[in-house]
Design a protein around this ligand. Structure first.
Ligand code: NAI
Ligand code: MG
Length: 356
């Protein structure tokens, strides 16, 4: 990246990915013109459609085609007709692993005009970040099965926690808390039940926390932490968890803020050796795909996270203001999932009209 010119690899993927990504690009074009930078897009049709036609989700050199871009902007991957493990392991997982996107970052924020399933919560009372470890931990291929099909059948599944992998995700969480001026990190643990890995996680948490004396560091076992997400979400600022705990919490988070359709996420390589990837939390929504009624806000918010990552914080803030103004407007035009009757493009229009 140089002179405010960025190369963005765009992968709409499947289903409503093809409907919400164009709205994200419209918003990106509008703010880049306003804030004086340029985005060059490279479009890729990598998807289940492509798999059905060619037997491959992406070409063999797919990863190297993306390698020199500044970011990947993704819609959703997976569609009936292609097993989810094929679409996941042949497109999303290779991108996350090859580009060492070891941070999965999700904001959990209750937006104005989006009712929370929790009683009496107002906009901004829920406002925190989940930092999930994205490359190791419980999701490993280490283990095996013996005596299959007999009474003595057994399986083992090993969780992998390296000092490097643990320290770097914990450090990212503390750095984020400092950068956001929130100065509070909560660790998800289970060291009372899991004998080796979680005591190790706690140990490293204490070591890393010692480098950030200005940051309040607390920790909860995952079970009570899940309950506190529901009972007192206002107490959190940055929550850090292993791959499995982070996975669960990062769906529970958007759950308490009303709808996954508006939730964004980022897969980040903090060292910027490789591109990071920005995508909504939701999937390809086969049940509504092709109808033009998908909510594009999760995709547009993901675009704002991408702008922030690229160093265009003012443009990112402008997009967030436009989303919030749209949702808060008495005459808002929103999609069916939010109780309106607007199309994907009409909600996109409304957000665009509030930019600049
Ligand atoms: P989903 O998120 O696609 O849909 C769940 C429900 O939420 C559906 O009723 C859908 O209509 C609704 N919904 C989702 N996004 C919406 C939006 N923007 N506006 C309005 N309503 C929305 O999850 P599901 O059905 O479990 O998965 C469908 C496919 O997507 C599967 O193949 C799955 O593997 C894939 N998927 C991909 C993800 C990714 O690319 N990172 C994440 C989650 C699922
Ligand atoms: Mg999940």
């Amino acid at each position: 990246m140089h002179d405010n010119v960025y190369t963005i690899s765009v992968i709409p993927g499947d289903g409503i990915g093809n409907e919400v990504v164009p709205q994200g690009l419209r918003v990106l074009d509008a703010v880049s013109a306003l804030y004086g930078f340029k985005l060059n897009y490279r479009h890729y049709d990598w998807s289940c459609e492509r798999y059905k036609a060619t037997g491959k989700m992406m070409p063999d050199d797919g990863i190297s085609q993306l390698r020199d871009s500044d970011a990947v902007f993704l819609g959703a991957v997976g569609f009936p007709g292609v097993p989810d493990h094929i679409s996941l392991w042949n497109l999303l997982i290779p991108i996350r692993r090859e580009f060492d996107q070891y941070v999965n970052l999700r904001p959990v924020r209750l937006l104005p005009g989006v009712p929370s399933p929790l009683a009496n919560k107002q906009a901004h009372e829920i406002d925190f970040w989940i930092v999930r470890e994205n490359t190791e931990g419980e999701y490993s291929q280490v283990g095996g099965r013996m005596f299959a099909g007999t009474e003595h059948e057994f399986v083992t599944q090993e969780a992998i926690f390296t000092r490097r992998g643990t320290d770097r995700i914990l450090r990212y969480a503390f750095d984020l808390a400092v950068r956001l001026e929130r100065n509070h990190v909560t660790s998800a643990t289970k060291s009372n039940g899991i004998f080796h890995s979680m005591p190790f996680w706690d140990e490293r948490y204490a070591v890393v926390a010692a480098d950030y004396p200005q940051v309040r560091a607390d920790q909860y076992h995952i079970d009570i932490l899940a309950a506190r997400f529901v009972m007192s979400p206002e107490r959190f600022d940055v929550v850090v968890g292993s791959n499995l705990f982070g996975d669960i919490l990062s769906d529970l988070g958007p759950g308490i803020t009303g709808t996954i359709a508006v939730a964004p996420s980022a897969n980040i390589n903090p060292e910027r050796k490789h591109p990071s990837m920005f995508e909504p939390v939701h999937g390809s929504a086969p049940d509504i795909a092709g109808q033009g009624i998908a909510n594009p806000i999760g995709q547009i918010w993901s675009a704002a996270m991408m702008l922030d990552h690229l160093g265009q914080a003012d443009a990112a803030a402008c997009v967030m203001r436009a989303i919030e103004q749209t949702l808060a407007a008495p005459d808002r035009r929103v999609t069916k999932d939010l109780g309106g009757s607007a199309s994907t493009a009409e909600l996109g229009d409304d957000i665009l009209s509030r930019i600049g």
